[in-house]
Design a protein around this ligand. Structure first.
Ligand code: FAD
Length: 376
């Protein structure tokens, strides 16, 4: 048996970041990935990352290694409601300068971020990436970062309270005839939510990452369309606000749910990222929450009493207590927005349109919303 301080199971972005963060504390870390899946396509999503996530990745020396075109700053965000026939849609605008920040978020290529994390892990002095079937590791603490379908969480008997929305999110890369100017756009269209995130690949200044969540059957129908049919549906949904949009590659779809584990830690084990909690991607916060888990656990461990073992349940509860409220609040916010915009009745549409416009005029409220999104 090989003894290490921490065994991290799951080498996604959360698991990889945790291994690096704990290695930098001088702990001996083993990272055990999943066996590689034959024919698995690279992740074509782009993540909206907030300032706190960027700071963590920068401290781990991953952020500055990203090629320039893999990370695009967002300076403005325009969110539109769905107006009943013949009326003007309500909208709300966020801008970095009004919030006194350099940028509202960064849009980052998921596959490139995973690749740079893997490179950093290869050179991290205290981290050893072990084979997926290596069962010879003994650790004081096991961190489960295996994503929403975590088998180790299930083996521990921890329940995962999950509500499936019956919706799927379609992700794709697009090129646009008009420059994106660093503006993210989102449409709440009852019941679907469509986001265009400014991006610089494949066409610098003219690309978007699409995240379009819709009822599963409608998503399936859109996926079955050829490129021209899908582009026509996109143009109809966006009304040409971002110029003419053209698909720049494959599309992929993810089923959507909100979920939380019934316990996030116990003696010798802890859950992080999607293994602990899943939220709807409409606010682009799932990974931000996972990276905030990483930062919190690393700090709790760094600040522990010298006599306290790493797997001590009381120590791990400090982490869980700190993360529970922000994660719960983000789950409620995304779920609430989704429910609010799901109702197709004209009166409901009229009220939420007015609500959007009202919030747009309330500067303190906008500041509060932006601050929540900036540091999940
Ligand atoms: C369409 C869409 C768009 C999104 N956009 C955003 C966004 O803009 N911003 C944002 O912050 N979040 C976003 N999210 C959420 C984000 O994708 C997740 O929160 C994030 O990927 C979770 O990371 P993770 O490392 O916890 O889990 P995962 O990414 O699921 O990684 C888990 C890893 O563990 C491995 N694994 C599984 N089982 C085992 C095992 N038994 N042993 C070892 N390894 C195992 C898996 O192979 C995988 O590598 C989006 C989600 C979707 C669906």
């Amino acid at each position: 048996m090989k003894q290490v301080d921490v065994l991290v199971r799951g080498a996604g972005i959360v698991g990889g970041s945790l291994a690096l963060a704990l290695g930098r504390l001088g702990l001996q870390v083993a990272l055990r990935p999943d066996p590689p899946r034959a024919g698995a396509a690279p992740d074509l999503r782009a993540y909206a990352l907030n300032a706190a996530s960027v700071n963590l990745l920068r401290a781990l020396k991953v952020w500055d290694a990203l090629p320039a075109q893999a990370a695009t700053p967002v300076y403005d965000m325009h969110v539109s409601g769905d107006a009943p026939e013949g009326t003007r849609a309500g909208s709300i605008d966020f801008s970095a300068w009004q919030q006194r920040v350099g940028e509202l978020a960064w849009i980052v290529d998921a596959a490139v971020l995973e690749r740079e994390l893997a490179t950093a892990l290869r050179f991290a002095p205290h981290v050893q990436v072990v084979a997926p079937d290596d069962t010879s590791i003994e650790a004081s603490l096991t961190a489960l970062c295996e994503g929403k379908a975590s088998a180790s969480r299930e083996a521990l008997g921890v329940a995962f309270e999950r509500h499936d929305y019956g919706h799927s999110a379609i992700a794709a890369r697009l090129t646009a005839s008009s420059p994106h100017c660093g503006i993210a756009r989102q449409w709440f269209r009852s019941p679907d939510v469509l986001a265009l995130l400014p991006f610089d690949t494949p066409a610098a200044g003219h690309s978007y990452a699409l995240v379009w969540s819709l009822p599963a059957e409608r998503a399936q129908a859109l996926q079955a369309l050829d490129a021209a049919g899908f582009e026509a549906a996109l143009m109809q949904a966006t009304g040409g606000a971002a110029g003419t949009l053209t698909l720049a590659g494959e599309r992929a779809a993810w089923p959507l749910a909100i979920a939380t584990a019934s316990a996030w830690c116990g003696a010798g084990w802890v859950l992080l990222g999607d293994a602990a909690h899943v939220v709807h991607p409409l606010a682009g916060q799932g990974l931000n929450l996972g990276l905030a888990d990483v930062a919190t656990l690393a700090r709790v461990i760094a600040e522990r009493e010298p006599w306290r073992p790493l797997g001590d349940a009381r120590l791990l509860r400090r982490y869980a207590r700190e993360r529970l409220l922000p994660t719960w609040a983000m789950g409620r916010l995304t779920d609430g927005l989704l429910q609010l915009f799901a109702h197709p009745a004209p009166l409901a549409r009229e009220l939420r349109n007015r609500g959007l416009t009202l919030v747009d005029q309330l500067t303190p409220m906008k500041r509060w919303l932006t601050a929540r999104a900036l540091d999940a």
